[in-house]
Design a protein around this ligand. Structure first.
Ligand SMILES: NC(=O)c1ccc[n+]([C@@H]2O[C@H](COP(=O)([O-])OP(=O)(O)OC[C@H]3O[C@@H](n4cnc5c(N)ncnc54)[C@H](O)[C@@H]3O)[C@@H](O)[C@H]2O)c1
Length: 397
């Protein structure tokens, strides 16, 4: 059978543990037999990151910037335990954070929906994609705890020496306070990445904050979003994408009654908390995809879950595993669809859609991995092990 030609290269980033095992299988059984594709391969497995003094991560990020589309396997973010386990030279930083920083990107998480797994919220019919602004606010704040009464002040010294000062509180007794910040450039990048994503997916944008209370800080976010939306108005109108601003409490209430199908953009803390609520509401981590989008339109696709360490140790002992490969497969299909759309190769897009249909039909016919069983309306036909599930998808494809 002639393989479908993918015109331009795709950056492939390999990873760790059970997801690395699945990755190889997906490539061998679902991708390479069908696509003639130039994969620019980077091994981001922790062993290789350590051997290259983590240079490989930066090289991979540069390649995504150069070629425009990447697909990434889950990777270990080292902690003390991993330092010993992998005999690391250094506690290398999270590859995801580094790539995100290099591309100035925003992460969008989107659930994969199947008919026989109903979301916890009855109204939800379509995926709710969450975008979290991953810079600043309480995550880069400075805090003080005081046992004494006193005055807390906020002072800004501009580069020309001018200062502005406000009193935060006159504390009559012990207290706590915090100073946090954000940058206009970072908020603009976030808004632009959201616009890029919504244009690609042709979905409406919701942005929520609390500008009635935080008139300047959250007010600035609201103002910047409105300005970026206005600047992109022609493109948004042509794609049928609408923009709505909500107070965060209103957005939370509305989301519980809405059928979904929108991009919900949030500030850092709101996105941190509510993305987990949305993920749990839709079901399993194994069914959640993630895409990093830069403001200038570079895309990196991956599964939202980690390396599934527990399964990997069972696998190493030769025990049977039932790891869900759906989000990893959708990382590949997302990247191939994006490559096809950018290169104007509809056959590549069609192939990726067929692969997605094969996965969905598998699950909707009751052929699933173990993690999905407690979420299903009716008991499954069969619980597949890791390999059997990928083989079943391959046979349907
Ligand atoms: N994007 C990434 O690269 C990424 C994200 C999160 C965690 N991690 C890394 O992954 C490693 C393990 O972290 P963790 O255990 O907190 O997260 P994890 O996502 O690997 O697992 C969390 C829980 O969900 C289950 N689970 C997750 N994905 C599953 C799947 N596809 N099929 C079946 N069950 C699944 C796991 O068994 C576990 O109980 C850590 O080293 C962490 O640094 C990487």
């Amino acid at each position: 059978m002639a393989r479908i030609k993918v015109k331009k290269p795709l950056v492939e980033m390999d990873g760790d543990e059970m997801t690395r095992v699945i990755w190889a299988s997906i490539k061998e059984k679902l991708i390479l037999p069908y696509l003639d594709i130039d994969l620019k391969y980077f091994d981001l497995g922790l062993k290789h990151r350590n051997e290259t003094d983590d240079k490989v991560t930066l090289d991979a990020a540069k390649a995504v910037a150069e070629y425009g589309v990447g697909v990434k396997c889950a990777t270990i973010t080292p902690d003390n335990e991993r330092m010993t386990e992998y005999n690391l030279k250094k506690m290398w930083p999270s590859p995801n954070a580094q790539i995100r920083g290099f591309l100035d990107g925003t992460v969008f998480r989107k659930p994969i929906i199947v008919k026989n797994i109903k979301p916890a919220v009855r109204a939800w019919k379509k995926p709710i994609t969450v975008a979290r602004h991953a810079y600043g606010d309480i995550y880069k704040a400075q805090e003080i705890v005081t046992a004494q009464p006193g005055k807390a002040e906020l002072i800004f010294t501009a580069s020309d020496g001018q200062t502005s000062k406000v009193t935060v509180a006159d504390l009559k007794g012990p207290g706590v306070f915090m100073g946090m910040h954000n940058t206009i450039v970072s908020i603009q990048s976030f808004a632009r990445a959201c616009i890029q994503y919504a244009l690609t997916e042709k979905i409406d944008i919701w942005f929520s904050a609390k500008d009635t209370i935080s008139k300047k800080y959250d007010g600035k976010f609201k103002e910047i979003f409105a300005a970026e939306i206005a600047a992109a108005k022609t493109k948004l109108d042509a794609a049928g994408v609408n923009y709505r601003y909500f107070l965060i409490d209103d957005a939370v209430a509305q989301i519980m009654k809405n059928e979904g199908g929108m991009l919900w953009a949030m500030k850092n803390y709101d996105g941190d908390v509510l993305s987990d609520m949305i993920a749990a509401g839709f079901g399993s981590l194994g069914m959640m995809t993630s895409v990093l989008v830069s403001p200038d339109g570079k895309f990196e696709f991956e599964a939202a879950h980690g390396t599934v360490k527990r399964h990997y140790y069972k696998y190493l002992k030769g025990e049977e595993t039932s790891t869900n490969s759906v989000a990893s497969i959708f990382a590949w299909t997302g990247a191939i669809k994006k490559r096809g759309a950018l290169d104007n190769t509809p056959d590549a897009v069609k192939f990726a859609e067929k692969l997605e249909t094969a996965v969905i039909s598998c699950i909707e016919n009751g052929c699933v991995t173990k993690d999905l069983v407690p979420l299903m309306d009716a008991p499954p036909k069969k619980i597949y092990n890791t390999d059997e599930f990928i083989d079943e998808v391959a046979s349907r494809l």
